[in-house]
Write a protein that binds this ligand. Structure first.
Ligand code: G3P
Ligand code: MG
Length: 246
């Protein structure tokens, strides 16, 4: 079973570098992180890339929907300048590029499969096949997660040996049944809606509990005191200073 770090760099060190770019993963490694999270999704022509939003506008100099953008068009976009001039020229990385970089950096990873609506099966199949082909064997076993039950189900079928986590904003009523059906390793909860009783229930049922996104050390302390195993943070250097590896 994998040993997930208590501190997971969310979209890389996304508080200090443009999220989900190679620069953000390098910054996470420089901060001393051992685990990173990223979002895997597809271009219109089904190339797996690492990107969070539905739209290009916030984190690139492009516009419109990623799901309606070809990979070729994406290669002309700048995904760094919005964050700071020092990051001009950063690109939306392919999933292959991210996996290669993480291998070089020695970073373990949690791949969140983030499908466009209606492309859940396709996105999960392609992302998982890409991991199978590009995962550096020297790295710890990756954690696969998604807000999509369909994606987690595809992961169970196609990559049964990889641990799976189901993400939620508010915990669904059928969480326990879901955990059994999908044979989950854990749950990833929105920290804003999580409470101590929920954590205790999920832990008692044998699941790892992670919480996103936690950028205040005091909040992280409280969550850890409830039994939360890991937090996703945009500031891994700050969190590792407060919660050094034991
Ligand atoms: O995987 C945890 C977290 O990344 C889920 O939310 O929107 O940041 O992908 P989001
Ligand atoms: Mg994510």
């Amino acid at each position: 079973m994998i040993k997930l770090s208590p501190i997971i760099a969310h979209r890389g060190s996304s508080g200090t570098a443009p999220e989900n770019t190679l620069a953000a993963f390098r910054a996470a490694a420089a901060a001393g992180a051992t685990w990173v999270e990223f979002d895997a999704t597809l271009t219109s022509d089904a190339r797996p890339v690492v990107f969070h939003d539905d739209e290009l506008d916030r984190t690139t100099d492009g516009q419109g929907l990623l799901a309606e953008t070809t990979f070729e068009v994406l290669t002309h976009l700048d995904a760094g300048s919005w964050f700071g001039a020092a990051f001009a020229g950063e690109m939306v990385p392919t999933l292959e590029e991210v996996l290669e970089t993480l291998g070089t950096l020695g970073l373990a990873f949690n791949m969140e499969i983030k499908p466009d609506r209606g492309r859940e099966v396709e996105t999960a199949e392609i992302a998982l096949a890409t991991v199978a082909d590009n995962w550096h064997g020297s790295l710890p076993t990756p954690l696969i997660s998604s807000f999509s039950r369909i994606c987690v189900g595809v992961a169970k079928d196609l990559a049964p040996t990889l641990p799976r986590s189901f993400l939620f904003d508010r915990r669904p009523d059928d969480w326990a049944a879901l955990g059994r059906t999908l044979e989950l390793f854990g749950f990833g909860a929105n920290q804003a809606h999580l409470d101590a009783a929920q954590v205790a229930e999920m832990k008692a049922a044998g699941y790892r509990v992670s919480a996103y996104t936690v950028n205040a050390p005091e909040r992280a302390s409280l969550l850890f005191s409830w039994g939360v195993d890991s937090i996703f943070t945009d500031y891994p250097a700050l969190m590792l200073k407060h919660f050094p590896p034991t």
